[in-house]
Structures are given as structure tokens and as C-alpha cells.
Design a protein. Structure first.
Length: 76
């Protein structure tokens, strides 16, 4: 194998590695965005759960069925 062939093989390998690095970087960016979206969703869910827990203190004497019946939408 001549020096020119070795250099060409190295350049090909380097080009493949560059592409893999770019693909991994793109995937990492997409995963980061998804993690941020999930964090926002989790925060909203925690806030809703806390609101539910706080309002449950007002319903201390009611069963879950009674609370659901009381809070059902008007179209039922």
C-alpha cells in the first residue's frame, strides 16, 4: 500500500468519524430538547397534583367517589 493510498484511507476514516460525531451531536441536541420539554411537563403535573392535594384538605370528610360526583362536568 502506497503512502497516497494510506492517506486516502485515513481521510475516508476521518470523514466517517466526522459524520458520526455530527450525528451524535444532533441526537444529543434533540434529546436535550426532549428532556427540557419533559421537565416542563413534570413541573406542571407536580403543580396540578399539589393543587389537588391542597384542595383535598377541604374535602376531608368526603370519599373519593363523593368528590368525583361533586366535581363532575356539567354535561354529565
Amino acid at each position: 500500500m502506497s503512502d497516497a493510498e494510506k492517506i486516502e484511507q485515513l481521510e475516508i476514516a476521518l470523514a466517517h468519524q466526522d459524520r458520526q460525531i455530527q450525528d451524535m451531536s444532533d441526537m444529543l441536541g434533540a434529546q436535550w430538547k426532549e428532556i427540557e420539554r419533559l421537565k416542563r411537563h413534570l413541573t406542571k403535573t407536580e403543580e396540578k397534583l399539589q393543587d389537588y392535594i391542597d384542595s383535598a384538605g377541604e374535602d376531608a370528610g368526603l370519599s373519593p367517589t363523593e368528590i368525583a360526583a361533586r366535581d363532575k362536568p356539567p354535561h354529565y
